[in-house]
Design a protein around this ligand. Structure first.
Ligand code: WTA
Length: 645
């Protein structure tokens, strides 16, 4: 089947990054000799201390499982993101910082200033005993110091683990403990949409549950009164005592760069591990090619630094390319729905990279908020994090971009390090709602549930058959879990967890997760995590959580809760349970709907039939499918009758 609606390469878009110009040629050359293709890219695109002589060295097979890229090379990621630009572009703005409060002045940090700030931060870390291989947890608002801190870790070879500032003290404590970090970098408070977020207080609460924690470095961001205890250090005081000169540590290509926790279908969040050279090359290469980035353009990745998109496209990709990255502290819709476009105008943003959920929220407010702004600087638009519905795509293209800006619908994952499937602007015609074609070096494959490879136009489970430099290298502290999670569902292949359709033109259409992960506003949430939080409450006997369609968030969270004997499922308890989940995990995990259920639908062997719960949550109650294997089919009637609409 071929989709009729194709947006050709329009306007004056050519893709200067593509050499040879054609997408097919580039894809072919990466496919025919991946080892030398990537070795060549790595040598050309990165600055090495010792240049590598080996490209990829990997196997997805159980007996011989390993993944390495450029293994004999040595480099430093921070030096690639800063030092190598100094000679020619020291005065180029590296980071533009736009504050939450529109009346405040933005900050512009040049590469030279960034070099000094990062060096100083690195020296503070060193004074406090941080060295190569140590884990450093960042729990930061969207302020330049978050970037300095991450790059400072990279400079001295420490491994950063950024925890999104919206996660609760409990979630933070779990992440500190899992990677055994002795140090947390935070701020007194964060600001978002005119609200204050008490980060330091949250770290104090987490510290009580994280015995490894010895030191907390606190950046003064809002100047709020915060309690300072024996383990706490003000960053500005520590920074006053050190210089800005800090040599970059020599790192092996496969030395860890960062850990980023992400939700899976089972258990607690995994610490996804990325290493130095392969990740950096993927960030550098994909940023250049997927956004056809040219020096001088202002690139705005609207994701928080706490997510992988913030790592790769706010920080490492733009900076490795010597680009100008915009970091915005606040919300796109505050003080009103024009703010995002005002920021575009204020800083002459060339490329905006945001999530469909934000677009849907903005679209709901009406076109006037967009039309009253200029946006003539905006030449390229990106979408990431979840499937973009064609309606939002067209609004983005027609209203926001006034038809002149191509849309880069970028499919990828925390695990992939950077973009894997996307229409390269100026090179690949677009279809609204399709992430389109794989990037050079990416070899997708669709398989059915039995693992049979599907060819041509087909719908199935999305796997990747060849390693690529940006691939995650492990789960922190649990290599076996890495192999089990990604390489055993379909033997010898990396399984993404996503469902996908390929059309007759070879375009890929991601249909969403096929496992027990839900995608709420572009953020991954494991249903198992929300369930574990719910059952910790003393009133709850059992819980099952599924995704449901949500107009703005893409997917919402629907929870079914069975109470302990003697407990009454009233409104007060419902609100208390929602508040409980926020407290345990964070606001992003709040159930949108919570239904009290006397029992959950189970098979005779005790397995919850989620398929049925999903259908009920979707409101599709007439076609529940085969319920004959249920231990007690009568359970269904109650669930349907008390469904929350
Ligand atoms: C989903 C975010 C459709 C997908 C970068 C994937 C997408 C999960 C897209 C990873 C897209 C991401 N179209 N779905 N363009 N981008 N996804 O790890 O289900 O937070 O598996 O990485 O988001 O989420 P993660």
């Amino acid at each position: 089947m071929t989709d009729p609606e194709i947006y050709p390469i329009t306007g004056d878009w050519t893709n200067a990054s593509l050499d040879p110009r054609k997408y097919e040629d580039l894809y072919e050359s990466a496919a025919s000799s991946p080892g030398s293709f990537w070795l060549d890219q790595a040598t050309k695109r990165l600055d090495w201390i010792t240049a590598p002589t080996i490209g990829g060295d990997w196997s997805f097979a159980k007996a011989d499982f390993h993944i390495k890229w450029f293994a004999d090379g040595q480099l430093n990621v921070a030096a690639n993101c800063i030092d190598r630009h100094l000679a020619k572009h020291g005065d180029t703005v590296a980071i533009i910082w736009e504050p939450d409060e529109p009346s405040e002045e933005p900050r512009r940090i040049t590469y030279r200033q960034l070099h000094d700030e990062v060096g100083r931060f690195a020296n503070v870390l060193k004074v406090h005993g941080v060295g190569k291989g140590d884990r450093v947890t960042l729990y930061m608002p969207m302020i330049p110091e978050a970037a300095y801190a991450a790059l400072a870790c990279a400079r001295i070879g420490a491994i950063h683990s950024v925890v999104f500032g919206g996660f609760s003290a409990d979630a933070l404590a779990g992440r500190i403990e899992d990677c055994g970090s002795k140090i947390v970098i935070t701020a007194d408070e964060g600001r978002r949409g005119g609200k204050r977020i008490k980060l330091k207080a949250c770290v104090d609460e987490a510290a009580a549950r994280a015995p490894t924690l010895e030191t907390v470095i606190v950046v003064k961001a809002t100047g709020a009164e915060v309690a300072m205890g024996p383990r706490d250090i003000w960053y500005h005081e520590a920074a006053a005592g050190v210089g800005s000169d800090c040599p970059a540590e020599t790192m092996a290509a496969e030395d860890p760069l960062f850990i980023l926790y992400t939700s899976g279908s089972t258990g607690k969040p995994k610490g996804v591990l990325h290493t130095s050279a392969g990740y950096l090359l993927w960030a550098d290469f994909t940023f250049k090619i997927a956004f056809d980035y040219k020096p001088g353009q202002v690139f705005w990745c609207a994701a928080d630094i706490g997510w992988v998109t913030g790592h790769t496209y706010l920080l490492y990709g733009p900076l490795s390319n010597g680009g100008t990255t915009l970091m915005y502290e606040g919300l796109p819709t505050w003080p009103d729905a024009s703010r995002i476009w005002q920021v575009v105008d204020r800083h002459k943003v060339h490329t905006l990279f945001t999530a469909p959920t934000a677009l849907r929220a903005l679209m709901k407010e009406g076109d006037d908020f967009v039309r009253r702004t200029d946006r003539s600087s905006l030449k390229l638009l990106g979408s990431v994090g979840e499937p973009i519905n064609p309606e939002a795509w067209r609004w983005y293209h027609d209203v926001v971009g006034e038809g002149r800006a191509p849309i880069v619908d970028a499919w990828w994952q925390t695990e992939t390090g950077g973009i894997m499937i996307a229409p390269l602007p100026g090179a690949v015609p677009m279809k609204p709602g399709s992430a389109s074609k794989p990037l050079p070096g990416v070899v997708p494959q669709l398989v059915d549930d039995k693992g049979t490879v599907l060819t041509g136009a087909a719908q199935g489970n999305l796997c990747i058959t060849q390693s690529w430099p940006g691939q995650m290298r492990g789960v922190w502290g649990d290599q076996d879990r890495f192999f089990q999670t990604y390489f055993t569902t379909y033997e010898g292949k990396y399984f993404t967890g996503d469902g996908c359709r390929r059309d007759g033109d070879g375009y890929y259409w991601i249909t969403g997760r096929v496992d027990d992960v839900i995608n709420v506003s572009g953020h991954r949430m494991g249903t198992a995590e929300v369930e574990s939080a719910l059952v910790l409450h003393e009133a709850v006997a059992e819980a099952a959580v599924v995704g449901m369609p949500h107009e703005v968030k893409g997917q919402g969270i629907y929870a079914y809760v069975t109470l302990n004997a003697g407990r009454e499922g009233d409104e007060a308890l419902r609100s208390a349970l929602v508040a409980w989940v926020r407290q345990e995990i964070g606001p992003i995990a709040s159930p949108d709907k919570l239904q009290f259920a006397p029992a959950l639908p189970k098979t005779r062997s005790g397995k919850i039939m989620r398929r049925i719960l999903r259908k009920i949550a979707e409101g599709d109650v007439t076609a529940l499918g085969d319920t004959s294997t249920l231990a007690d089919p009568a359970v269904i009637d109650d669930l349907v009758a008390n469904r929350i609409v």
